[in-house]
Design a protein around this ligand. Structure first.
Ligand SMILES: Cc1cc2nc3c(=O)[nH]c(=O)nc-3n(C[C@H](O)[C@H](O)[C@H](O)COP(=O)(O)OP(=O)(O)OC[C@H]3O[C@@H](n4cnc5c(N)ncnc54)[C@H](O)[C@@H]3O)c2cc1C
Length: 390
């Protein structure tokens, strides 16, 4: 039996960050990851806001593009632009996500964490004040005894479901996504991230172009399954044709789901914390989850350290994580969830009129606040509802 202070399950951004900070604080930390290589396959459009620099030292190695801002297209193809710093947690840098995830793992190892690849957590059980995690490593059963488990095992989170902390996601709280990495793009301004709205393009979601290089980009979309009448790939193929990219070279295809759900009431149990997509911490409007996962990992590491100092691993001691993640992640996500529900009820004509009324506004001055005030101006009937949300 392997014995550790802390077991982190999953080496995505949330898990690696938790491991890095926990190891740095002196916890004997093991990370297990079911894949044989960190970061592949990539399920991401790879956009992050520059506020990622608050948590990660930026290295050119894992940045494929530094973008100037966002171009947002209404359903009737009117455009408005937002400066990068106003456009949210997904606009700023386009990552090389595989290298980024690998970098985060290296940082955890530098701080003293141990990492085992090809190791899949299968089951967990309590043993006194510890947890025993049963895993399969290279086809063999192993057991890991730890005082704390941080479950960073992504959107499907087996650990979250086994512990009863999470349930299955309802279909309206999932964005079903398809994305191509396309080269040979000539007529699109690849200094900007592009977003496209409209129920014909991506019902209940949006389409995106996230530039990767001078002529290449991640072109993708997410749809809400309850509103879509076709598969995401079919919407994406139509979108490619609409952009005139049907002859562009597709180098990679990717499909995946993003949780766009309300924040969990509880993301902990005795000895256990859920972080990142496992705890449904992606932004419900954009589906971006990298920065929130990193934030949550850092907070969970601090909570683990406090538990160790108090030699108490109960839910009560882990409340530090609950309170901090509520302040730093869940409060905003709760508001964005309500706004998402409201936006989805508006329909294409409303989007058209909002975008049209923003035309001519100074690019540097448009912010989420100005969008919301435009929304209220254009839709006085929902003003009260919006004021309650924000
Ligand atoms: C199409 C698409 C586009 C996206 N675009 C963006 C974007 O542009 N910007 C952004 O911020 N976010 C984006 N996201 C969301 C982002 O990818 C996730 O929010 C982020 O990866 C969450 O990080 P995480 O560490 O919580 O989970 P993950 O990155 O999913 O990592 C979980 C890890 O756990 C491992 N694992 C799972 N089960 C087990 C097990 N039983 N045992 C051991 N290991 C296990 C997995 O192999 C994986 O490595 C996108 C998502 C999708 C699907």
């Amino acid at each position: 039996m392997i014995e550790k202070d802390l077991l982190v399950i999953g080496a995505g951004p949330a898990g690696s960050t938790a491991a890095k900070f926990a190891a740095k604080k002196g916890l004997d930390t093991l990370v297990i990851e079911k894949r044989q290589e960190i970061g592949t396959p990539i399920r991401c459009a790879e956009g992050v806001g520059k506020n990622v620099e608050e948590f990660v030292e930026i290295e050119n190695d894992f940045i494929s593009k530094d973008v100037e801002g966002a171009k947002i297209f209404s359903p009737n193809q009117e455009l408005f632009e937002m400066a990068e710093r106003a456009a949210g947690d997904e606009v700023g840098y386009i990552l090389e996500r595989k290298k980024f995830d690998q970098y985060l793992v290296e940082k955890a190892i530098e701080e003293g964490a141990e990492v085992k690849l090809r190791t899949r957590a299968k089951d967990i059980e309590r043993d006194g004040d510890s947890i025993i995690t049963k895993a399969i490593r290279n086809g063999k059963k192993i057991k890991i005894k730890s005082k704390i488990v941080i479950a960073a095992d992504g959107v499907e989170s087996r650990i979250g479901r086994l512990t009863g902390i999470i349930d299955s996601l309802s279909l309206k709280d999932i964005e079903s996504c398809a994305q191509y990495l396309v080269t040979g793009i000539e007529d699109i301004d690849l200094d900007y991230t592009h977003f496209y709205l409209g129920k014909e393009i991506a019902p209940g979601g949006y389409a995106w172009i996230f530039p990767k290089g001078p002529e290449s980009a991640n072109v993708g979309l997410g749809v809400q399954p309850t509103r879509a009448s076709k598969k995401p790939k079919e919407y994406l193929d139509e979108f490619m044709t609409q952009l005139g990219l049907e002859d562009g070279k597709i180098i990679e295809e990717m499909f995946g789901g993003v949780p766009v759900a309300e924040p969990l009431e509880t993301a902990i149990d005795d000895n256990i914390m859920l972080v990142g997509d496992a705890a449904r911490q992606a932004d419900p409007i954009t589906g971006g989850g990298i920065i929130n996962g990193i934030k949550a990992g850092k907070i969970a590491a601090e909570a683990a350290k406090r538990s160790k100092e108090n030699e108490n691993y109960s839910k009560d001691t882990l409340k530090y994580y609950e309170e901090k993640r509520k302040q730093e992640i869940a409060l905003k996500n709760k508001r964005n969830y309500q706004l998402k529900e409201l936006f989805q009820s508006l329909g294409d004509e409303k989007y058209n009129s909002i975008v049209s009324s923003l035309k001519g506004t100074d690019f540097e001055k448009i912010s989420v606040a100005s969008l919301v005030s435009e929304l209220i101006e254009e839709n006085p009937e929902i003003a009260e509802e919006i004021k309650e949300i924000i």
